[in-house]
Design a protein around this ligand. Structure first.
Ligand code: PLV
Length: 325
């Protein structure tokens, strides 16, 4: 029988050492550069995989809710598949993202204050006959796609085990995919530092409460981390594995974006700044001093998740919004 396996839409990304981040962390830091994926974030791994699988099953029309990046990945995947896509984003989504989505042939609707509102609308639209909903983070196929990131790391690192991972958490799809990939390659015990911004800290709130929590609102500027409720699978991962939840404020995430631009000449979204702040705001050393994180034997691997909702002018706007100018 002929294989139906198609080439994936994501690329194999570099794993690059960062001297500046290593100095700041006091430990060897490797960056997994997901910011150079098609459409600028890791999302294409999971969303691309999901769309390919569903297209193979005969789906012909997709509806995706998104804070921005999942939608961009969905629009890209659907363009490749030659299938129509409708992307629902909240009203706070910038004009440039909407234009990028339209440029990929997607129909765009803006509705609601935050992603959860846009998602409710997408779920309603996807009930139309022939339409299929694309979940931005909460689906096993999305996690399976994200897990490809770990197989690449395994191929690069071989028998060297990472000392720890750093990852940003929104709805928790990246965390769930990372954990599933780690299990597959035998790295189940490697600690994961799960980074969120205050005001988008749904995982941290759930862990504190000992069960699922829905935040009353998203007050962080990191709108792509802005799911009010973390997905069950991510919460399960955080409980069962060595996951350390850390919350930074928007200013730390923004400062991290600026330092990363100076250090590595790459501009990433505030969501990604949350992950970088693990290093730049001294959390790695703090966790080591507290004994929550061992003195790392292997490298600290930061998933540079990327994100398109950023530009120099947006960075300036965020700074003035946060009173940092
Ligand atoms: N963003 C999703 C969910 O938003 C979206 O629709 O684009 N880093 C970046 C750059 C992201 O765009 C996201 C998710 C994350 C990190 C967090 O990934 P997650 O949701 O899988 O934990 C509301």
């Amino acid at each position: 029988m002929e294989s139906q396996q198609e080439d994936p839409f994501h690329i194999v990304t570099p794993l690059k050492e960062s001297r500046a981040l290593s100095k700041a962390a006091g430990t060897h830091v490797l960056m997994k550069l997901e910011n150079i994926q098609p459409m600028g974030s890791f999302k294409i791994r999971g969303i691309g995989h999901y769309c390919q699988k569903l297209a193979m099953k005969g789906c012909t029309r997709f509806v995706c809710s998104s804070g921005g990046n999942a939608g961009l990945a969905a629009a890209y995947a659907c363009e490749k598949l030659g299938l129509p896509a409708t992307i629902i984003v909240p009203e706070c989504t910038g004009r440039d993202i909407v234009c990028k989505l339209q440029d990929r042939g997607a129909a765009v609707q803006q509705t609601g204050k935050v992603w959860d509102d846009a998602d409710a609308h997408a779920l309603r639209l996807a009930q139309a006959p022939g339409s299929v909903y694309i979940p931005p983070f909460n689906h096993p196929l999305v996690w399976e796609g994200h897990a490809s990131l770990v197989s690449e790391l395994k191929a690069s690192l071989g028998s060297q085990e990472p000392g720890a991972f750093v990852v940003a958490v929104g709805g928790g799809g990246l965390l769930a995919g990372l954990v599933s990939g780690m299990t597959q390659v035998g790295w189940a015990d490697v600690p994961i530092i799960a980074m969120e911004t205050r005001g988008a800290h749904c995982l941290n709130a759930a862990l504190q409460a000992g069960g699922p929590v829905t935040l009353p609102d998203i007050t962080s500027i990191a709108k792509c981390l802005g799911a009010k409720t973390v997905c069950d699978r991510a919460l399960e991962c955080a409980r069962d594995r060595r996951v350390i939840s850390v919350v930074v404020d928007d200013r730390d995430a923004l400062r991290a974006v600026e330092r990363f631009l100076d250090d590595e000449f790459m501009l990433v979204e505030i969501s990604c700044g949350a992950a970088l702040a693990a290093v730049y705001s001294g959390h790695i050393q703090r966790l080591q001093e507290e004994g929550s994180l061992p003195l790392l034997l292997g490298p600290l691997v930061i998933i540079v998740c990327g994100g398109s909702a950023i530009s120099l002018s947006q960075l300036r706007d965020f700074k003035s919004q946060l009173g940092m100018d």
